[in-house]
Design a protein around this ligand. Structure first.
Ligand SMILES: *Cc1c(COP(=O)(O)O)cnc(C)c1O
Length: 375
């Protein structure tokens, strides 16, 4: 951390102990292998510290979105198996193999590209077959996957370690689509049974599946957001004891009284109805703190919830303490997390911002220093 950033009062504080706790809680709940999903900078928690901690917790496998994320992990010395979940471009196939990254193979064409790269390197590729059971993102449609599965299972240059699909609606415990997707997935797996070959690892459940659909757990689960202690959707149920791992904190940098009738911030959209006390907090949308929280979001100051006054700027925003509120420069301000007896969850922040916890967490960018506890 540079001298400049280390002086910044705004920080993302990550409790690695909470991530370890959540991993353990998921394991105890599902009794399956776990592929911990750490794409997008480990959902904003920091790719390498989280990956190292999970490796220390003996996680079975890591999952990332892009080959670049996998290469970063390998260059940092991680040796745990890593699956790249996203679609592969043919030109990248050799890179996957060279860095010992497991490949999501999502079409017959891509299988052939992987085989060609493996043959030219003289080294087998480890692949997971991606079956599309209704997400319509990447993967071979379950209703026409038999030739694909046959080709992959008989490939000389590919070891099929896994077969998987992705659930579109499992964050909703009532979703019928989840059961339909499970049925389609198991039909696809039956093609392997018919070949009389050993079944690769079948994995289907994201956090929603882990929380709500035991039938989808199969041989391995792929939790992302739950690992960080957040729920995928307001409709989701907290069926597992999960602890939030991330807090976002800053400090009061300015205090003033705004006179009745005066407005606060760009566009003059917020007006003081009476003389009121207002603090300025040095974080804004340039850090990934959503502008959509303007005049809607809340923060914790001196153990109390206070509402954002006016538009969130790029690097700062204001909060209204009310006519009798007090705060001093350097008082701690909690934007996500707990203070005293109050809590501001990432779920609540997401709802105020009109989005989902995933977008809030992954949006917190590298301008905010990360601090790790419980490692
Ligand atoms: C992101 C992702 C996950 C994890 O999703 P969560 O909802 O965060 O649990 C699992 N599988 C795939 C293929 C993904 O892309």
């Amino acid at each position: 951390m540079s001298d400049q950033t280390s002086q910044r009062p705004t920080r993302v504080r990550v409790d690695l102990g909470a991530i370890g706790h959540n991993l353990e809680a998921i394991r105890r709940h599902t009794h399956t292998a776990v592929m911990a999903i750490i794409k997008a900078n480990a959902y904003g928690h920091g790719l390498l510290p989280v990956a190292r901690h999970l490796e220390g917790c003996r996680v079975d496998q890591l999952g990332v979105a892009f080959v670049e994320e996998g290469i970063t992990l390998r260059r940092a010395g991680l040796s745990v198996p890593i699956l790249v979940l996203g679609g592969m471009f043919g030109r990248q196939a050799a890179q996957y193999i060279a860095h010992d990254l497991e490949i999501t193979v999502s079409s017959l064409d891509k299988l052939r590209q992987v085989e060609a790269a493996a043959e030219s390197l003289g080294r087998k590729a480890v692949v997971h077959l991606k079956i599309d059971t209704g997400m319509e993102r990447i993967g071979v449609h379950s209703y026409s996957c038999k030739p694909f599965i046959n080709a992959a299972m008989q490939s000389r240059w590919c070891t099929v370690k896994g077969i998987y699909s992705h659930l579109a609606c499992a964050d909703d415990p009532e979703s019928e689509m989840t059961l339909q997707q499970l049925e389609r997935f198991l039909e696809a797996c039956a093609h392997i049974d018919a070949l009389d070959l050993p079944m690769p690892l079948r994995h289907l459940a994201n956090s929603g599946g882990v929380l709500h659909f035991p039938q989808t757990w199969l041989d391995m689960v792929r939790p992302g957001i739950a690992l960080y202690g957040a729920l995928p959707d307001p409709a989701s149920q907290r069926t597992i004891d999960l602890r939030p791992a991330l807090s976002l904190v800053s400090q009061v940098v300015y205090f003033k009284v705004v006179r009745a009738g005066n407005t606060v911030s760009y566009g003059a959209t917020w007006r003081a109805e009476q003389d009121t006390r207002v603090v300025t907090i040095p974080i804004g949308y340039g850090d990934g703190y959503p502008r959509s929280l303007s005049s809607r979001g809340e923060v914790l100051v001196r153990g109390q919830r206070k509402t954002i006054a006016g538009r969130v700027c790029m690097d700062q925003f204001m909060a209204d303490l009310g006519p009798a509120g007090t705060a001093y420069n350097e008082d701690e301000v909690v934007l996500i997390g707990t203070q005293g007896n109050e809590a501001l969850t990432v779920e609540a922040v997401a709802e105020a911002a009109g989005t989902i916890p995933y977008e809030i967490l992954t949006g917190l960018n590298e301008r905010i220093p990360r601090e790790y506890v419980g490692g």
